[in-house]
Write a protein that binds this ligand. Structure first.
Ligand code: NAD
Length: 326
């Protein structure tokens, strides 16, 4: 029997590496896709030549219209948010004119606290949250690399039985994004955030890749310190969190044929002089710990160290500018 054609008007808000991947894959379905991004050069490049995408099967140009947030008009059924965590509030503020009571927001980015941020803009039953193990890299304006396999785990904060949620799952399925509906997405979000709070943070501070971190004699103590504080804060917030299972997942990344040779995204952000997502990883645990009077000194110290490296980047780049002869 032929399936009823469902058309969703989709916006990708934050069309960097992951937004570019999701937008490209979604554009292969019958649903119209629009890219929205704050980076003017990137928007111009996409509109001039299409988004250049390097895939496992070769290169292609994906022709999807791109806009700066202030230039978008009309409304959308689904906004797929793929800014960094600290970009969510500014992006949604800019998009207020195109968000209606029918607009749903899908958030799959890393970090804890994204749902709270989005709840300031739309009611919970317009939010779909999740995690993804797809990956991608933004090579420069108008160009991404999206290789390898992945999947999406997601849950409607209203109800997974809502017809709109079922449509979204079907559209992701049609795009080849391999969605799985979950009934405990918070557990998945915290598990991924804890993994990121160990591997991204230590590899950034120690300037090493994941395999090298796994060879350090003290890696067990370093992992356990972060995860035990995660356990306490998760318990306080009634989130299901299994430290032993998360540690197993972390250790499974060490071999070279897994992610051992990989430098996590926070390491790459730091190397490029960009702000990191630390406040939504270890920083979230430290912030809630301080508020609830639960000791979280390890996550607090790691957050301070990453912020210090961000600040040093800033100081050193302005010193370089001063030292450059005119
Ligand atoms: P990204 O850095 O590629 O893009 C995020 C935003 O930053 C975009 O709006 C982009 O245009 C802008 N940006 C990037 N470089 C810029 C530059 N040089 N100048 C100006 N603006 C620039 O981020 P991403 O990797 O797509 O991550 C989005 C979310 O998904 C994050 O929460 C991340 O942790 C998560 N995530 C990423 C991956 C991955 O493989 N990249 C995998 C899983 C989850």
């Amino acid at each position: 029997m032929k399936r009823k054609l469902i058309i969703l008007k989709i916006a990708i808000a934050g069309a960097g590496a992951m937004g570019g991947r999701f937008g490209s894959m979604l554009s292969t379905t019958e649903n119209p896709v629009t890219f929205i991004d704050l980076w003017a050069q990137h928007v111009q490049a996409i509109n001039a030549h299409g988004l250049l995408v390097h895939t496992d099967h070769g290169d292609e140009r994906v022709h999807v219209p791109a806009y700066l947030p202030q230039d978008v008009h009309g409304s959308f059924d689904l906004i797929v948010l793929f800014t960094k965590a600290m970009g969510i509030a500014p992006m949604l503020t800019a998009l207020k004119p195109v968000i209606t009571p029918q607009t749903h927001i899908l958030v799959l980015g890393n970090g804890i606290g994204n749902i709270e941020t989005i709840s300031r803009f739309v009611p919970k039953d317009q939010i779909i949250a999740g995690v993804t193990v797809w990956s991608a890299a933004l090579n420069g304006p108008g160009e991404i690399t999206m290789k390898g396999d992945g999947g999406v785990t997601l849950e409607a904060l209203g109800s997974n039985e809502a017809p709109f949620f079922k449509q979204v799952v079907q559209v992701l399925q049609d795009a080849g994004l391999k969605p799985t509906a979950s009934h405990d997405v918070l557990a998945a979000i915290w598990r991924k955030a804890a993994l990121n709070s160990v591997l991204n943070t230590y590899c950034t501070i120690l300037d090493c890749n994941i395999g090298e971190f796994g060879q350090l004699p003290d890696h067990n103590a370093m992992i356990d310190g972060v995860l035990s504080e995660f356990s306490q804060i998760a318990a306080k917030q009634h989130v299901h969190f299994d430290a032993a299972d998360t540690k197993q997942l972390i250790v499974a990344q060490f071999p070279d044929d897994k992610n051992g040779l990989h430098y996590p995204s926070m390491h790459q952000d730091m190397a490029k002089g960009r702000k990191t997502e630390i406040d939504f990883l270890n920083g979230y645990i430290a912030k809630v710990g301080a508020r609830e009077h639960i000791a979280t000194p390890i996550n607090a110290m790691l957050t301070a160290l990453v912020h210090s490296k961000e600040k040093l980047n800033e100081l050193q780049s302005s010193r370089e500018k001063v030292a450059t002869p005119v």
